[in-house]
Design a protein. Sequence first.
Lengths: 168, 168
Amino acid sequence: MQISKGVEWAAHAAAMMIALPEGRGLKAEALARYHDVPTAYMAKQLQALSKAGIIQSSRGAHGGYRLAKLATDISLWDITAAVDGRTPAFRCTEIRQNGPCGLKRKDCKSPCHIAASFAVAEAAFRNSLKAVTLADLGGQVVRDSTPEHLTDVMTWLHEEAQPLSETS
Amino acid sequence: MQISKGVEWAAHAAAMMIALPEGRGLKAEALARYHDVPTAYMAKQLQALSKAGIIQSSRGAHGGYRLAKLATDISLWDITAAVDGRTPAFRCTEIRQNGPCGLKRKDCKSPCHIAASFAVAEAAFRNSLKAVTLADLGGQVVRDSTPEHLTDVMTWLHEEAQPLSETS
């Protein structure tokens, strides 16, 4: 079971956008440079967040990304699902219907108990991530940071933040 | 995020072993035939369960597998970990230490909040699977089955169960 690296990148990138000044955005290239990761792969994660309605982009010379809603309304599960999808980790292939003693399809009205147990476990995983908002993550970073580090981050952000033109 | 198909197979195979008569075991080939899946891949899952101490094998003409401990002492997490490993699904690459405002390694004493949130979610997933024992799964199957189906299964099991020689 593996969460893709893109989820980590997307979460860090979205967390950076919390502190963006009104009407400004960050380019994929700037976010990639800030996190020292390849631009193309960062851009891919940002497109996934944009498609999921978590961030919004504006195109053209003054293009960039910013949050599409309040940081309190974006959960770590929203970001994970945007990047890695919502397909359950456990996929039941109904092998209880196979072989010499296989159950008939009509007798399989309730899910296999193994699949049902994984569904419960996956719901616990999702609910745990749903309880963590982007605002929580941002707040924790601020509380843990030194004033010098926060000044560095805010200086970088204000230098890189682009005024947005038309939002798409 | 994906749980391998082998986990489903291993869980079904282990559940079959609950009902084995004392001193008898099932061959990988029989378990593969019962579930109508390839023998080589079923054998691979059984070896993983054996390596984890969940089932035990006996070699030779009278070889076979049976549970190595009580079904009440084997959880669905034990089976999942035996087949898919215990590596966390989220792997933090510490990108907070990257780039122009990267934190210094010495200032990263506590885990990144994103990684910490995934650790909590994964613990919830694991704990949910730890709460389900093989005995629970077996009991649910028995409760949900028709008497005819249970008779079919037990007849098959008694025909296929091999007397075990030396246990390895």
